[in-house]
Design a protein around this ligand. Sequence first.
Ligand SMILES: Nc1ncnc2c1ncn2[C@@H]1O[C@H](COP(=O)(O)OP(=O)(O)OP(=O)(O)O)[C@@H](O)[C@H]1O
Ligand SMILES: O=P(O)(O)O[C@@H]1O[C@H]([C@H](O)CO)[C@@H](O)[C@H](O)[C@@H]1O
Length: 164
Amino acid sequence: MTTAGKPARFEKKVCHPSELAERAKQLKGPVVFTNGVFDLLHRGHVTYLDQAAQEGQSLIVAVNSDESVKRLGKGPDRPINTQVDRMHVLAALECVALVTYFEEDTPLNAILAAKPDVLVKGGDWPVEKMVGAKEVQSWGGTALSIAFEHERSTTATLQKIRNL
Ligand SMILES: Nc1ncnc2c1ncn2[C@@H]1O[C@H](COP(=O)(O)OP(=O)(O)OP(=O)(O)O)[C@@H](O)[C@H]1O
Ligand SMILES: O=P(O)(O)O[C@@H]1O[C@H]([C@H](O)CO)[C@@H](O)[C@H](O)[C@@H]1O
């Protein structure tokens, strides 16, 4: 006989965009914000996320909705994982305090709602190209581009799988 397990504790970390402003206010500050697709999570992602989290006390991650990903032009078969799955995998990470998603092409509205103290992206996004950097700086926050430590990518992983 099998029994149903208890709800996974990280489920509480996943929030709808409409709750983001309120939920962000309840986090221990400084609040760090990052965003991305995070399709197939890899060592580069998790290293970067923990590094981002160390820039404050609470890390918020906003993922592109499935439709938003399709408009990014990463490939007709992307995303591989749905936004719900991508959010829950990220929520399971100890360094992540809150996860949400955004339907738009950019996370600007999510950043304005969360009003983070620190905006972080990986080194492929220099600060001058970072959506939301000016806004975060306008309320006294900082924007940070963290250099890659591990050269990994979802695209490379998918190429490996396709070549099996
Ligand atoms: N190897 C890496 N090291 C550190 N940060 C990374 C790395 N790859 C991606 N990131 C960062 O993680 C976030 C999500 O990136 P994304 O989902 O585009 O990953 P990806 O692996 O590059 O995907 P894809 O290959 O589909 O473009 C971005 O902010 C990006 O800067
Ligand atoms: O996972 P990606 O493609 O690295 O994340 C993108 O980041 C963009 C970034 O915030 C621009 O500064 C964002 O506009 C885009 O929607 C993806 O999230």
